[in-house]
Design a protein around this ligand. Sequence first.
Ligand code: SF4
Length: 482
Amino acid sequence: MATTRHSQAMFFQARAGEKVRDKVLQRALQKAKPLFSGKRGQAMVALADDGMDFETLRTACEEIRNRVLNDLDVWLALFEERAKANGAEVLWARDGDDICDLVIDVARRHGVSKVAKSKSMLSEEAHLNDALSAAGIRPVETDLGEYIIQLAGETPSHIIAPAVHKTIEQIEELFAKEHGRPIEQRTSEDIPAMTREARAVLREHFLTADMGISGANFLIAETGTASLVTNEGNGRMVTTLPKVHVVITGIEKVVPTLEDFATLMRMLPRSATGQTISNYVSLLTGTKRPGDSDGPEKTVFILVDNGRASLLGSAYQDMLRCIRCSACMNHCPVYFSLGGHAYGWVYPGPMGSVLTPLYTGIANALDLPHASTGCNQCGSVCPVKIPLPKLMHRLREDQNEMGLRPWSERLGLKAWAWVAGKPRLYRWLVRRAIGYLHWLADDKGRIQVLGMAPGWTVGRDLVAPQGKSFHEQYAARKRASK
Ligand code: SF4
């Protein structure tokens, strides 16, 4: 199981309250929200215009991922064999502490004092930057969003847009402090100039870092290749300029063939940013060969479990299909009301509501599987058909079975199950409940205080039931059709 010492997922409710009241955060989220979902929507329309069908394509992606997971050991062994044949070293990490120990060991073996990093969620799982700094090695984040949050001393709030919670004014302040350009000389529309400023600083780091660390979107077994899909050139700098390149990625990221990779790539950028293809798609195979103009002298793959293997063969195996596109959170009303930090660990949104309890322990993230409206937007956009709402329900069931829910809730569910098994009693109670709700409602049909569960009406009114119940309508239709 992943380390829980940095997880704040148990404080979801308190953090959610804070985030809802944070006006600056709300401004940043409301600005970003339509961008993600709008661009993905346009990309899917264009997909159909190009003669491809979303459902057919995502079924193909689901099948590729299932094929891998059903024989994960075989594909990992093949990847290891091919990667070693290309001159790479392959190491295995059980958990976050292992990742840190292995990276520091590689760094010490090669006399590394500075590391340039491309985005890697696994290094967030391991809190690698803290471990590197403690070992006297300077980590520098080079993805622009990651660079911003490193300056702010924060963690990512989104898996592909780590600084989405920051406003331009906050970033201006950070850059003024770090880059020494007085804030009075800036205009808030000066984004290209700010980007150039960050680029100039980062270029120095690319040229002087002894080691590059990246993640990998996929590992291709048949060729021993790591693929990296980015929109900034930093991924290529990090993986080719320093003398040592370390790839840290989860064991579930392997895919069998280049053809499978190509199929998944039809879905990944479209689902993530609405692009047909990302700006940079790099296929990194082995070390620099004689005659190559660039490339690392040493390539190390660190393949990480950190809770993944325990999901194989379990009711949650489907979650390992995730290709980290972020479409689920980009369409989630809960995510865009709170931002990613409310979720308390590395992965936010619906995928985090499933992954965090599974990786850090069900008892350590009790609220997350309940952080859902049940609208299934996440499940319907997921490019590998992960049934996210179903998995959240399953986690709620597990919480109940493990006795982790309050006794009143468990008793209520038992009573509900008993009543639901007795249709006549159920219908009688529904009629009584409707009458009670009408009695509570004001003359506009709205309930301002719900007697037995006042929490429901703290922030909004409840509309009293309208018309007839489902059973009454069903019986009426049956009678009419006779
Ligand atoms: S769960 Fe699905 S939609 Fe969410 S990040 Fe993973 S692949 Fe994308």
